[in-house]
Design a binder for this molecule. Structure first.
Ligand code: BG6
Ligand code: MG
Length: 216
């Protein structure tokens, strides 16, 4: 029985996906590494270090692991500066209404994000008290498409995987949800992902609470 929703954060509830792009772009420009929005799409849902490896595919010189750590830290510094200026305006269309409707129906909610900055972001946008559980990049070893972060979110809510539906904007995240044995609503960039069970451009375009109640 469907009892809970696990939301990805970046690109599903908040616009931080663009801030990730801007921060990587600044670092890549400084290093003279070609990087654009098309390459950026491959970074959705992927951990910081794995994202860096994708960006470095276009680098003209090799980087030592120490240098790679510095690049990742530099990007994160730029990113943190951006998210520190962020407030409620960063919340994506339909996110607050969806959360309110789910709450009204007694459906549990969690975050399942690859980001180590998830707790900061939730605080910035005033969502730090909203969720029954937060599973993020600080608590897991294998990032999406591995199922770990979603399985942890379910465990923190004391629910089996099959009782949870994931909302994702990344193909890697859709894959992770399926690997976890969960249903998945694909939104935004992943809205066309045929492996997902449900599709919507934004959370505004679907009544998720109603859909879940119908499954019960
Ligand atoms: C995911 C983003 O949510 O978090 C990725 O979609 C990002 O783009 C990843 O690389 C890790 O984020 P952070 O904040 O730990 O660098
Ligand atoms: Mg995302």
């Amino acid at each position: 029985m469907m009892k809970a929703v696990i939301f990805d954060l970046d690109g599903v509830l908040v616009t931080t996906d663009n801030s990730h792009y801007l921060a990587w772009k600044q670092m890549a420009d400084e290093e003279g590494i070609p990087f654009d929005r098309e390459i950026n799409e491959r970074l959705r849902g992927v951990s910081r270090m794995e994202s860096l490896e994708i960006i470095l595919e276009k680098a003209v010189k090799p980087y030592t692991s120490e240098q790679k750590n510095e690049l990742a830290q530099r990007k994160n510094g730029y990113y943190v500066q951006l998210i520190q200026q962020m407030g409620e305006e960063a919340i994506l269309p339909g996110a607050l209404d969806t959360i309110a409707q789910l709450k009204e129906k007694g459906i549990k909610m969690a975050i399942g994000s690859s980001s180590k900055n998830a707790p900061t972001i939730l605080k910035q946008v005033g969502m730090d008290k909203v969720f029954d559980a937060v599973a993020d990049g600080n608590q897991i070893k294998n990032s999406k498409p591995a199922p770990d972060v979603f399985l942890l979110a379910a465990e923190l809510m004391n629910l089996p995987a099959e009782d949870c539906l994931v909302v994702e904007d990344a193909d890697a995240g859709v894959e992770a949800a399926i690997n976890a044995g969960m249903k998945v609503l694909a939104v935004g960039f992943a809205a066309g992902n045929q492996k997902a069970h449900l599709h919507a451009d934004t959370l505004k375009d679907i009544n998720l609470a109603e859909w879940i109640v119908k499954q019960q």
